[in-house]
Write a protein that binds this ligand. Structure first.
Ligand code: ATP
Length: 355
């Protein structure tokens, strides 16, 4: 069942249109991530769904009931929508300790209180129940705010950047605990994030937003491997960019030719290639005739090595720099000639912006 439904929601602040006809659904137990660049309207969408900002156009339903309808001038107040909220200013009550903050609005003993104690322990906050918010780090306060939002067992949960204050060493672990907790509760969650890896990890379904519109909606795998345009491709990680012209339904590049499905012959195109799509071998073969490919530098970044390649046309002397990301330690010396195999699943062809 769709616990949360938004239908053609539009919103403007004086002089700025922020949301343009946004529709979405979140099912029970589903985790939907909303990702997009700063200022594209993500927080505004959450605020409108929560009822913190009055709906200007469209409709919002929670558990099948209309909580906001712009045409009917209907506006249920935020606390009556049955939505759990955790926003970036996760204002905890300063005069209440951690446990009291979490169980605020629910009974201090009984099933939800027991849940709260267990959830605090799972989130690494055992021993903090009696502490006051000002004595906690930002990341700890975020986790308390998350549990406070979940304590009343809402059917719908809205999260705005819930892990932004966590340092990198705790982030993966807390993210995983949160994922398990949300899946166990079966809550329908709409979560805003800036971080593509976080969206890929958490989401059943990703909504990509740009300029107040949803430009792509789908499961993580499809979003990553079948971006609808260059913007979405680049949002999910760095890309190498080459140019070309379509001929016979394909575009030729020094790294090999790619299908240009649905793009007419003669169209100028950009070819976007993910760094991990360049599979390197330390041997100077496999590169098209007049192109030399050599290592500019290589750095170990931990799990992967980043290699910058210098691609030079023998005919014209033109040079292009490419980045390749290789799993493990791969650190060839500067100047080493390499060959490249292109993983075409991670290379995309789109019409050039100035067509
Ligand atoms: P971020 O990722 O940086 O938090 P966002 O995608 O959540 O950004 P919003 O906070 O929804 O973006 O803001 C969208 C646009 O609306 C921005 O241009 C912002 O300046 C503007 N805006 C947001 N709130 C208001 C307000 N109360 N009054 C006027 N303009 C606002």
């Amino acid at each position: 069942m769709s616990e949360l439904v938004a239908i053609e929601v539009s919103h403007a602040f004086p002089g700025t249109r922020v949301l343009e006809s946004v529709s979405l659904t979140v099912e029970a137990g589903q985790l939907v991530c909303l990702i997009g660049p700063s200022g594209c309207g993500k927080t505004t969408l959450l605020r409108v769904i929560a009822g913190l900002d009055r709906l200007q156009r469209g409709r919002v339903l929670v558990e099948g009931k209309v909580v906001a309808d712009a045409d009917a001038r209907r506006h249920t107040s935020p606390e009556k929508r049955g939505i759990g909220l955790m926003f970036q200013d996760y204002a905890l009550f300063p005069h209440l300790n951690v446990f009291e903050n979490v169980v605020y609005g629910v009974a201090r003993s009984g099933e939800r209180a027991t849940w709260a104690r267990e959830a605090l322990a799972r989130m690494g906050l055992e021993g903090y129940a009696d502490a006051y918010p000002h004595t906690l780090s930002g990341g700890e306060q975020q986790r308390v705010a998350l549990l406070r939002a979940l304590a009343p067992a809402p059917k719908v949960l809205l999260l705005d950047e819930p892990f932004s204050d966590l340092d990198i060493t705790r982030r993966a672990q807390i993210r995983e605990e949160t994922f398990d907790l949300l899946k166990e509760t079966g809550v329908a969650t709409l979560m805003v994030t800036h971080d593509p890896e976080e969206a890929m990890f958490m989401a059943d379904h990703i909504l990509v937003m740009a300029g107040g519109r949803i430009v792509q909606a789908g499961p993580p795998l499809k979003t990553y491997l079948e971006p609808v345009d260059a913007f979405v491709a680049a949002l999910f990680g760095p890309v190498n960019r080459l140019e070309g012209t379509v001929a016979g339904g394909r575009v030729a590049t020094p790294l090999g030719s790619l299908a240009a499905d649905g793009i007419p012959d003669g169209t100028r195109v950009q070819v976007l290639i993910r760094p991990e799509a360049l599979q390197l071998d330390p041997a100077p073969d496999g590169v098209a005739g007049d192109t030399e490919l050599s290592v500019d530098w290589a750095r170990l970044l931990g799990r992967t090595s980043l290699v910058r390649l210098r691609m030079r046309s023998r005919a014209t002397g033109a040079e292009v720099l490419l980045h390749a990301r290789v799993y493990g330690t791969f650190l060839p010396a500067t100047g080493t000639a390499v060959s490249v195999r292109l993983d075409r699943d991670r290379a995309f062809v789109f019409p050039a912006a100035d067509n």
